[in-house]
Design a protein around this ligand. Structure first.
Ligand code: AMP
Ligand code: ZN
Length: 467
């Protein structure tokens, strides 16, 4: 049984998929006009963890994510320049070059963070006709009107508009001091924008309403429903998407199918810097290049995110990343040590207990902080569980954490001749039952940084490491 916090009900709910054993999952993808930053990484590590947890529970997950390569304007109020067109102007490149470059960079970063690729990655610009067809249906059902700059959604016609965000529409209307132009209601939003008369856009398409481009919100309603069906299981995004983007996605879909199109809305909280959301516009962001330049392993960032619940804010500091890196290094060293057998018996009951605890944590709305501490509790458990079982369990848990712990293998070390000679000497002493001499040589080796262990197959030598 998995419980997920549904933003729509503001409650943890038992997850019941529409089709038994299958999950349709849609995530709002990046707007590809700049390098992704640590805030974005959190959002996609959260989705990746959710996916891994669903798969750990044997669900077949179909994950769809969009790439916003058109229509996201610099202001959420449908004004300002298209972010990609603006960047193309600044960088003196085509919009297509901009989108291609930053999409590639995004997936490079995702790979470094061990975030699995979605099953379907869909670009907005590849679905213009689908969007036009969808807007036609919204229009046919009577939810649209025309202004001089586009086709707008009339939110006053949607009875429960804003219910996801618990928007108080009246308050919004009254509180709005600046005029909202030709829009009938402050919350109305563009479905189709006309190309400006005074400027040539690089991306524009013909439509029944005039040459232009789609609004930002329409792409997610259209592509999610195209690939996952009219109603699907889970939709994710950052909390900033609740009041506008997701609220509008719901309105558009409902205008066509007459009901809610998503069963569970999941939102991750922000990465903050000094009390403010990390964002491009605030210029308080760091990206993959910054992380690597400072010598950090991207997986240390993944570890850091796992230690906080996805619904709580994280204040990012380099110190916190350093602490996460140190802990991850320690965990990796333990994984090496755990590959050495000890003489303890396997305790089936204890293994079962640890597994159950782990499942309870991850299935309780992705409680990764508790699940991570369970690993440490198990490592410290010297009595009831042996090395082999600990190692196996941690690898199983890492299917959810995605820290690549299975890649931690002992490396073959080159042993200097002097050390080899000492080992031979010790073997001779042991054959002659000269235990005192054998111990002396072992201590000598230890001082030189080598640990010698006697196993049934003969002595094993290792470089000593501090844990
Ligand atoms: P965008 O490209 O701005 O649409 O953002 C892509 C995803 O990252 C969205 O789901 C955002 O909500 C999320 N996001 C953006 N900034 C942050 C942040 N500082 N912390 C967490 N998530 C963020
Ligand atoms: Zn979206």
């Amino acid at each position: 049984m998995i419980k997920l916090y549904n933003t729509m009900s503001r409650k943890k709910e038992i997850f019941k998929p529409i089709k038994k054993g299958r999950v349709g999952l849609y995530s709002c993808g990046p707007t590809v006009y700049s390098y992704a930053h640590i805030g974005h990484f959190r959002s996609y590590i959260f989705v990746d963890t959710l996916k891994r947890i669903l798969r750990y529970n044997r669900f077949k997950v179909k994950h769809v994510m969009n790439i916003t390569d058109v229509g996201h304007l610099t202001s959420d109020a449908d004004t300002g320049e298209d972010k990609i067109e603006k960047e193309a102007r600044i960088e003196k490149k085509t919009v297509w070059q901009i989108a291609k470059f930053y999409t590639k960079d995004f997936f490079n970063s995702m790979k470094k963070l061990n975030v699995k690729k979605p099953d379907i990655i869909c670009k907005a610009t590849d679905h213009i006709q689908d969007m036009i067809d969808f807007i036609k249906k919204i229009e046919k059902n009577g939810y649209t009107y025309r202004t001089s700059d586009g086709i707008y959604f009339d939110t006053s016609k949607m009875k429960d508009y804003g219910k996801l965000a618990r928007l108080k529409i009246e308050g919004l209307e009254k509180g709005k001091r600046v005029s909202f132009g030709e829009k009938k209601n402050v919350t109305d939003f563009a479905l189709w924008k006309f190309s400006p008369k005074d400027k040539k856009r690089q991306m524009e398409w013909d439509s029944p309403w005039g040459v232009g481009f789609p609004g930002w919100h329409i792409e997610c309603s259209v592509m999610s429903m195209k690939y996952l069906g009219k109603v699907f299981d889970i939709h994710t995004g950052g909390v900033d998407h609740i009041p506008v983007h997701h609220t509008n996605e719901i309105a558009q879909a409902k205008a066509v199918i007459g009901k809610d199109f998503v069963r569970y809305w999941l939102h991750n909280e922000f990465v903050m810097v000094n009390g403010e959301k990390m964002s491009k516009s605030k210029r308080n962001f760091f990206n993959m290049n910054d992380i690597e330049k400072k010598g950090f392993d991207p997986l240390a960032l993944r570890y850091l995110f796992l230690t906080a619940h996805y619904r709580s804010k994280i204040n990012f500091t380099w110190k916190s990343l350093e602490a996460a890196q140190n802990t991850l290094n320690k965990l990796r060293q333990h994984m090496l040590l755990l590959q050495e057998p000890d003489n303890k018996k396997s305790n089936k009951n204890k293994i079962k207990k640890y597994k159950k605890q782990f499942q309870d944590f991850i299935n309780d709305d992705l409680n990764t902080p508790e699940a991570i501490s369970l690993i440490w509790k198990m490592i410290r458990d010297e009595k009831e569980i042996n090395n082999k079982d600990k190692y196996k369990l941690i690898l199983e848990f890492d299917k959810v954490f995605g820290l690549n712990l299975d890649k931690i293998k002992p490396t073959k070390i080159k042993i200097p001749t002097g050390i080899k000679k000492l080992i031979k000497e010790r073997e001779k002493a042991r054959k002659n039952k000269n235990w005192k001499k054998a111990d002396e040589i072992r201590n000598k080796l230890k001082k030189k940084g080598y640990i010698l262990e006697d196993t049934p197959n003969g002595p094993v030598i290792k470089k000593s490491s501090k844990v």
